[in-house]
Design a protein around this ligand. Structure first.
Ligand SMILES: Cc1ncc(C[n+]2csc(CCOP(=O)(O)OP(=O)(O)O)c2C)c(N)n1
Ligand SMILES: [Mg+2]
Length: 521
């Protein structure tokens, strides 16, 4: 690996070459940071330097890029923007997404002297990273960048923070004898697949074969290691149903007869019911966290009765579809959000990446939307409202040949709406479907409870907005905007948006009173 012919080079040259060597195609940032590195990127590489309107959306773009491609997503900020990056890393950390954040940092010569814009940023990155380090000497760039890629992609993947000396990372101007060595193996997740001990696999298999009503609950770990095909083959061979976590939704198409849907809080009722009736739950690649187990209420710890298991789950599936058909096909005006999910199930292209926000967006899509093909991907916010729209832009940067369809509420869209202009400027043609009900209506139930029944009209100040036509707003920013007020107009609007190959916003006027079904325990 060592060539032994080290030359004196600037940190900027080495960093640009290393990022290109790792296959990075886009970096997302707000200036001014690592300026000389950007100049070297232009000179020496094809890396797109996507200049955004805020550091948080820059992280979300990098996060979407990483989750769509498996390659680390890179985002950057100068010292004053560093904590905005840290805030945005929280979703990547929760979702085990390999994001590498690069920030400017303090100069030992002047720290603690009330330097403009400066505080100690390092502690804020501790809880949202797997590795949080400073690069104070230019000669450390090669080994620290390699370590960043290794840490981000191995084990349970996750974010890394590299702080470069100088408020704008000016350490990149300095020279040292360095080589831009790259370990290509760590350019994406998974870098390798560790094998379990054969005896452990055999023991698990025996348990699965002995059980009468086993179920597999598969999560984001199975997704990250690309194990979907093997998992479905195992389930088919042994006739075991599969439920997924929300993060693992695209492990199995929703229309597969052994799929019972997403289990847990943002879930499908028949998934929770099936898991509760199982006599053995086999968790694969999931952290069995609060969302996936609906705060540890699913599965129930009681023993199950004997019955023809697959028939039972098929009945639960069929019953769910029958009862929800009117909602999924509703012609109501204003539009029912479940109808958008029904339309997306039918009309999202076979190779699309679907990117979904949290709150009701996560509930509607987690429970009501079905993936139709193994080539469709599903990525979800791990809890942050406003994540999905910029993450969709990042996903499009990572996978320019795949259609990207984002589902977000209006409150979620407002957060980073300025990035419509960024997406247009960089021709990142994601299609964003806005479930526009004029408020954050997930808050309705909570405020009704707080007011001890039906809340007052005044209480609506706490969660509603002025009406907005997002299609018109998007048009003003140079995107394609389509407003949909009747359910039957949605499918043609989605088709037009996808065919346009432009950044597009499909603004759907929906019913503010429509509440997503809550989870069954
Ligand atoms: C960063 C962050 N702040 C606050 C919340 C709490 N929250 C969850 S859903 C929601 C309202 C969502 O409104 P919208 O996106 O319009 O979807 P709707 O519920 O109206 O369908 C809020 C404020 C959150 N999840 N993340
Ligand atoms: Mg809303």
């Amino acid at each position: 690996m060592q060539s032994g012919h080290n030359q004196r080079r600037t940190g900027a040259e080495v960093l640009a070459d290393m990022l290109a060597g790792y296959g990075v195609t886009h970096v997302f940032m707000v200036p001014a940071v690592l300026r000389r590195t950007f100049a070297e990127m232009e000179r020496r590489t094809k890396i797109a330097r996507v200049h955004c309107h805020g550091e948080k959306s820059a992280v979300y773009m990098a996060d979407g890029y990483a989750r769509a491609s498996g390659k680390p997503g890179i985002c950057m900020a100068q010292v004053i923007g560093a904590l905005n990056l840290a805030a945005g890393l929280r979703d990547a950390y929760l979702a085990h997404s390999p994001v590498i954040a690069m920030t400017g940092g303090r100069d030992p010569k002047t720290k603690f002297r009330k330097v403009y814009q400066e505080i100690d940023d390092m502690p804020a990155f501790e809880p949202v990273t797997k590795m949080n380090v400073t690069i104070d000497d230019v000669a450390r760039i090669p080994d620290m960048v390699r370590q960043a890629f290794r840490t981000a992609t191995t084990g349970a993947p996750g974010p890394v923070h590299l702080q470069f000396r100088g408020n704008e990372g000016q350490v990149d101007l300095e020279e040292a004898e360095m080589e831009a060595l790259v370990e290509a193996q760590f350019a994406r997740v998974p870098p390798f697949r560790p094998e379990p001990e054969a005896a452990h696999v055999k023991a698990a298999l025996e348990l699965l074969q002995k059980a009468e009503r086993p179920i597999i609950v598969a999560g984001g770990g199975a997704r990250a290691s690309g194990a979907g095909r093997e998992l479905v083959a195992l389930a088919e061979a042994l006739q075991i149903p599969i439920a997924t976590s929300l993060n693992g939704k695209d492990i199995i198409p929703g229309i597969h007869p052994l799929s019972v849907g997403v289990v847990g809080s943002y879930s499908r009722e028949c998934a929770n019911r099936t898991v509760n009736r199982a006599d053995l739950v086999c968790f694969i690649g999931t952290e069995t966290g609060g969302m996936t187990t609906h705060f540890w209420a699913v599965p129930k710890s009681s023993a199950a009765k004997r019955a023809p298991w697959i028939k039972e789950l098929s009945d639960l599936r069929a019953d769910w579809y029958t009862r929800h058909k009117p909602m999924l096909e509703s012609d109501a005006v204003p539009i029912h959000p479940a109808r958008i999910c029904g339309e997306l199930t039918k009309h999202v292209p076979d190779d699309a990446i679907v990117v979904v926000d949290t709150g009701h967006a996560g509930m509607w899509m987690g429970g009501m939307y079905d993936l139709r093909t193994p080539a469709q991907s599903y990525m979800r916010s791990a809890g942050h409202l406003g994540w999905a729209f910029p993450a969709g832009i990042g996903a499009k940067a990572a996978c320019p040949d795949r259609p990207v369809v984002v589902f977000t509420g209006d409150a979620g869209f407002w957060y980073h709406i300025a990035e419509v202009e960024t997406a247009v400027r960089w021709n990142l043609a994601s299609v964003t479907v806005v479930n526009n009900n004029g408020g954050g209506n997930q808050s309705k139930r909570g405020f009704d409870r707080a007011y001890g029944g039906e809340q007052t009209t005044k209480a609506r100040e706490l969660w509603t907005y002025n009406p907005m036509n997002f299609a018109a707003l998007a048009e003003n920013m140079g995107a394609l905007g389509i407003r949909v007020e009747r359910a039957s107009d949605f499918a043609p609007a989605l088709a037009d948006a996808l065919a346009s190959k432009r950044t597009a916003v499909v603004d759907v006027a929906t019913d503010i009173e429509a509440l997503a079904p809550t989870a069954v325990a």
